[in-house]
Design a protein around this ligand. Structure first.
Ligand SMILES: Nc1ncnc2c1ncn2[C@@H]1O[C@H](COP(=O)(O)OP(=O)(O)OP(=O)(O)O)[C@@H](O)[C@H]1O
Length: 260
């Protein structure tokens, strides 16, 4: 990270919740096909923290993330990003909110093949008509170690490098919050560890806020906090997680699942 950039870019995260859900419910279908994907979930994601969301397949992790990120409508309750309540917003306002306040990282990188790394990184800001803050851009490109690769297209980059481009893209607009859905799911363990390290650095050193869905206890151990979902409800909230503590909680759920 460049010394001059760290001195001039304001890095401290303001306190409070970057996003919160209150009694958030999401119901799919009706009658015989009715599924309660989220059952009155209340949670706050504090600014300047790295939170992991874990839970068995079908427990509601993606639904929670999608509802809180304005990608999916919810059935009841409320969700805020910063001070903005999502249920009052129409499609255009939701698009604007996602563009201006939220960074996304997906398992499949989602880079545009015809653009080079730098163009991919600045694309959301270009679409929004915003001029990237050059110092901030230099800082994040340096942090994720892409300085020598900015002119390369995705096909000329490894999976790990492509996901680093996606991390830089999510950070470029200095969003209120970054939602990452299984960001290491397509990476080997070394590249995954690098990406997780960058996400952690973006929180600890750059004051960003990250929420990540993962199945991997090692990935979760990079976070500051793990919330566990089961059947659309939060069943546990683990601060300062280690891999062992996460595995222990997972065993606990498995055991409960077998006996219930
Ligand atoms: N579009 C949909 N229509 C109907 N049911 C859905 C839909 N999307 C999700 N569900 C159901 O909602 C529940 C929660 O799904 P969700 O994808 O949020 O779980 P998840 O914890 O992210 O699972 P995974 O770890 O497998 O990705 C599941 O029972 C799922 O079958």
């Amino acid at each position: 990270m460049s010394q001059s950039a760290t001195q001039t870019v304001h890095l401290k995260a303001p306190s409070g919740a970057a996003a919160r859900a209150t009694s958030l419910s999401k119901i799919y279908g009706e009658g015989d096909t009715r599924v309660v994907a989220l059952d009155e979930v209340s949670v706050e994601f504090e600014r300047g923290r790295f939170t992991a969301i874990m839970g068995p397949s079908g427990s509601g992790k993606s639904t929670l993330m999608h509802c809180m990120a304005g990608l999916d409508a919810f059935s009841a309750g409320s969700a805020h990003v910063g001070d903005t309540e999502l249920s009052g917003l129409g499609d255009r306002q939701l698009t604007k909110l996602r563009r201006e306040k939220i960074g996304f990282i997906f398992q499949s990188f989602n880079l545009l093949p015809t653009l080079n790394a730098l163009e991919n990184i600045t694309l959301p800001m270009d679409i929004a008509g915003r001029t990237p803050d050059q110092e901030w851009l230099d800082l994040i490109v340096g942090t994720v170690g892409l300085s020598g690769r900015l002119g390369h297209r995705p096909s000329e980059l490894s999976g790990g490098q492509q996901q680093r481009v996606a991390v830089a893209r999510a950070l470029a607009g200095r969003p209120e919050i970054i939602f990452a859905d299984e960001p290491t799911g397509n990476l080997d363990s070394l590249s995954g560890a690098e990406v997780l390290g960058f996400l952690r650095d973006s929180v600890r050193e750059l004051g960003q806020t990250v929420v990540m869905v993962t199945h991997d206890p090692v990935a979760a151990s990079y976070s500051d906090r793990v919330i566990f979902l089961a059947d659309g409800r939060i069943t546990d909230d683990l601060p300062a997680p280690t891999r062992e503590a996460v595995l222990d909680r997972m065993r606990h759920f498995d055991a409960k699942g077998r006996t219930s």
